[in-house]
Write a protein that binds this ligand. Sequence first.
Ligand code: C5P
Length: 229
Amino acid sequence: PGAQDLAGLRVTVSAGGTREYLDPVRFLGNRSSGRQGIALARAAADRGAEVELVAANVDASLLPEGVQVTAVETTAQLDEAMHRSAERAHVLVMAAAVADFRPATTNETKTKKRGDGAVAPIELVQNPDILASLVQQKASGQVVVGFAAETGDAEGSVLEHGRAKARRKGADLLAVNAVGTDRGFGDVPNAVHLLDAGGTDVAQGSGSKDDVATVVWDAVVRLLTQRDP
Ligand code: C5P
């Protein structure tokens, strides 16, 4: 084994993508595979941490060994699992893709097609921002890490959007990804800037999700060492 620089730490990582059910068989979801969160969980375990992986709809074949897995489906379940873990975890990482909205109501039975061919609209309500509430309720000494997938546009570059988000979210570290139609999702290379709560660059990584995981945990170790040398 390599350096055990996370020994004695309890870390919780969320991975995957939440689903919001319209009825028992239909949901609104996203394409997150969970691979970045899984890479983070595996790397933390390799470095000696006690790891809980809160896995939202992650394919069972991808789940790593040596970590405690809590399976969730919806944002409400993820929210509950993260806040329960926050009571004892030293480090919380939100790598899951959380649905920003959910259907206002979930039908208890399968929604039927209407005979007249009419289509009913789906009313949405906003989900809680789990990362923001973990930051708000942060225990002293706890480290909270978020991820942000950004695209550049007329209003600003990927990094400009990332810096604004870092300041808005207030996480100790925000890993900012550039995403396009074929970047960032699934089993493809990823590039990341790590920003602090002030939006300043603290590290940069590029390459595989394992490389990104290494950059994140190195930064967490630096942060903990600075606070408690
Ligand atoms: O604002 P945005 O969705 O880009 O922020 C992404 C970060 O916030 C990720 O770490 C994600 O897990 C977290 N998030 C959350 N709850 C939401 C939306 C995003 O915790 N409702």
